[in-house]
Design a protein around this ligand. Structure first.
Ligand code: OGA
Ligand code: MN
Length: 292
């Protein structure tokens, strides 16, 4: 494993299918041009970057987010921090397990994070980067899994690549394909988030690489083909992307800040920690381009 050095920072690829750890960097101070460029190149190459360190407040998370674009507040007003609307506090502590019942914990929108998704795909210009920063982590479980959707696209059969060429899909705030329902929107929030159409295969605006653009919480159907065929393709892709060879599982340490590229990855949380074992994160998201 070779670490790349600039004057101060080290980019250490992790011993996983993908992702890298960034060491020797001040996460919130302004970065000089060489540092910013090294991080940018690492982001494009490794897709998921871990910045270990001490616990930061919401302003620190927002400062780090700004290195990766323009932070955007979540559509759901209730997820916005009072004085810093671009930052969300996520308490995904498992509340209780009731034997024989459906997975039964806490807030519904967190439950949905258990499904493979990319952030904010229900808006026209979905997330570029997401920053998740661990304040409290459970003693076991609660990992976040990342799927490299560019590697998954590359690994598709030529036949499947041809089938997907030019296909577009409807992403909505909710779809009956999703296992759990999202937070109820106010009328204002509904007006702000009509269904949108995105390509099923997108081209990364910076690296030029193709990647599957999927979100199993939002993706309702592929356009211009029968619904049954759309369901079959989406189910086949869901099974395909879930292979270990595309997946990095991040086991959190307190203070970790993980930044991922939503344009070429999906992620999901693993709700397998003990009830009451606290899991609290701060989160910010930056706005991307319209997928093409
Ligand atoms: C998110 C998300 C997963 C997690 O913040 O977008 O999906 O592990 N989080 O908390
Ligand atoms: Mn997410």
């Amino acid at each position: 494993m070779t670490a790349t050095m600039t004057d101060t920072i080290r980019v250490v690829p992790q011993n996983e299918p993908f992702s890298a750890r960034i060491e020797g960097i001040d996460r919130t101070a302004p970065w000089d041009a060489a540092t910013a460029e090294a991080v940018q190149q690492a982001f494009l190459k490794h897709h998921v970057l871990l910045f270990p360190g001490a616990i930061m407040g919401p302003d620190g998370v927002l400062a780090l987010a700004r290195r990766f674009g323009d932070p955007m507040p979540p559509v759901n007003r209730e997820k916005r921090l009072e004085n810093l609307p671009e930052v969300t506090r996520i308490d995904s502590t498992i509340r209780a397990k009731v034997p024989g019942q459906d997975p039964q914990f806490h807030i519904q929108s967190s439950l949905r994070a258990e499904e493979w998704h990319t952030d904010q795909s229900f808006v026209e210009r979905p997330a570029k980067a997401t920053i998740l920063h661990a304040h409290e982590v459970p003693s076991s479980g609660g990992a976040t899994w990342f799927c490299n959707t560019a590697a998954a696209y590359d690994a598709l059969s030529e036949d499947m690549k041809r089938r997907l060429t030019g296909l577009r899909a409807v992403h909505g705030y909710d779809t009956k394909r999703a296992r759990y329902r999202p937070t109820v929107r106010s009328q204002e929030e509904i007006d702000e988030s009509p269904d949108v159409i995105h390509p099923l295969v997108r081209t990364h605006p910076e690296s030029g690489r193709k990647a599957l653009y999927l979100n199993f919480n939002r993706l309702d159907r592929i356009l211009d083909i029968p619904r049954a065929e759309s369901e079959a393709i989406l189910d086949e892709l869901a099974a395909f992307v879930a292979q270990d060879r595309f997946i990095y599982r991040h086991k959190w340490q307190v203070g970790d800040a993980v930044v991922w590229d939503n344009r070429c990855t999906m992620h999901r949380v693993s709700y397998d920690s003990a009830p009451g074992d606290r899991r609290v994160m701060l989160r910010a998201v930056t706005r991307g381009d319209r997928p093409f």
